[in-house]
Write a protein that binds this ligand. Structure first.
Ligand SMILES: *Cc1c(COP(=O)(O)O)cnc(C)c1O
Length: 405
């Protein structure tokens, strides 16, 4: 486009948004058609049937690849539809996945309830050191699954160091030909779920990952009005079987959902900047309050992963996790009295949300396990929105007073 590499927001706004050639519409129209007229059998313009491909989805995919620094991207009906396609495409019964134990609950559920019965072994690593991941990786390991920062405790994993430790230890997935893949296909394939950071703050492919997964439902869509997912690949060859499974199984997003997600991405960088600024102010305020026993935020200098956050991420994110004094009764009173922070699942929208992981997102986890990893009854997770931060702090202050009673 220019004779220099484009910056993040320029890519987010311009890639996949060429004006419509037939009308000049600056914002390309949403193509709803399920089918495409062919000049003669098999002679078409790259689109035949909308499960396989659709112009609105294609535009979103071009943009997703550009903002994650990947070779290619596939947009999905949800984040978990993307996770499903990665596993079904790349793994076969007898293979193993090595994953960090602090995973999104839905990822844990699909691993345990769908893919374990299907014949995969999933090995969870409790220890964040690269050596611990390498130790669990053997010849059966064809996928390494990382999520950073983690939910809800906001631990960080050192992507570059962990990739370095497992390269050459596992095996490349059987459906892929190593000779055709970058790096000679040294396994396992490394997937990073980048939902919490968003591509505005972290690009796992630049740190050595093979695939990035997003729940675009969160920061990319950004307005809590669309469910979607994305897989971005460093090497187009790795995406081929994933696209095949997507077309075969049908986990595709609607054209309107693609449009909404693409529209959200255009403002991702400015939103993220405000999410980070508001979250930092709230984290610094929260740790001065007697009502909070603990505050987790990677931007706080005493966060155990603060130095890694500074080197791996371009900002500390919009999530803040706190432990209230007074356990569950305090958390319940707090969450019932906030006026701006809505008590709701999900994250990453312009509006602030508060979640109680022990009851909401981590309910399926046995209490001992939950408490061992730090998800105690007084723990609340804030998805800090981009409202005026003084209003957000006033809302939290009033809720703290209610919780103290
Ligand atoms: C929400 C979420 C998912 C799942 O995405 P859906 O769009 O809900 O299917 C995966 N990973 C993380 C970290 C999430 O927050």
């Amino acid at each position: 486009m220019l004779d220099k590499p484009l910056g993040f927001s320029t890519r987010a706004i311009h890639i996949g948004q060429d004006p419509d050639p037939s009308t000049g519409a600056t914002v390309p129209p949403i193509t709803l058609s399920s089918t495409f007229t062919q000049a003669s059998p098999g002679e078409h313009k790259g689109f035949a049937y909308a499960r396989s491909n659709n112009p609105t989805r294609k535009n979103l995919e071009l943009c997703l690849a550009a903002i994650e620094k990947g070779a290619t991207a596939a947009a999905f009906a949800s984040g978990l539809a993307g996770t499903h396609a990665i596993c079904a495409a790349l793994l076969r019964p007898g293979d193993s996945i090595v994953a960090y134990s602090d995973l999104y609950g839905g990822t844990y559920r699909i691993f345990e309830r769908v893919f374990r019965p299907w014949g995969l072994d999933i090995r969870y690593c409790d220890d964040k050191t690269p050596a611990a991941f390498a130790k669990l990786t053997d010849q059966t390991t064809r996928l390494l699954w990382l999520e950073t920062p983690t939910n809800p405790l906001l631990h960080l994993l050192d992507i570059r160091a962990i990739v370095g430790a497992v390269r050459g230890k596992g095996s490349w997935p059987q459906p892929l030909n190593p000779a055709e893949c970058a790096g000679g296909g040294r396994g396992p394939v490394v997937v990073v779920d980048n939902t919490f950071a968003s591509p505005a703050l972290q690009n796992p492919i630049a740190l050595g990952a093979d695939l990035v997964l997003h729940s675009t439902t969160k920061y990319l869509g950004g307005h809590s009005d669309v469910i979607g997912g994305a897989v971005i690949a460093a090497d187009a060859k790795v995406m081929e079987p994933i696209r095949f499974v997507q077309n075969a199984a049908g986990g595709v997003p609607s054209p309107f959902d693609c449009y909404l997600t693409h529209r959200g991405i255009k403002t991702l960088a400015v939103r993220m900047k405000q999410h980070c600024e508001n979250a930092a102010k709230i984290a610094n305020w929260a740790r001065e309050q007697r009502g909070f026993e603990k505050v987790y935020y990677p931007g706080l200098p005493d966060h155990p992963d603060h130095a890694l956050a500074k080197s791996q991420m371009a900002g500390f994110g919009g999530m803040v996790t706190c432990v209230l004094r007074g356990g569950f009764p305090a958390a319940k009173a707090f969450m019932s009295s906030t006026k701006l922070f809505a008590c709701a699942e999900s994250l990453g929208g312009v509006e602030s949300l508060v979640n109680h992981p022990a009851i909401m997102t981590h309910a399926s986890m046995p209490r001992e396990v939950r408490e061992r990893i730090g998800v105690v009854d007084g723990l609340i997770r804030l998805s800090v929105g981009i409202e005026e931060v003084d209003d957000l702090i006033a809302d939290l202050q009033a809720a703290l007073a209610a919780a103290a009673k």
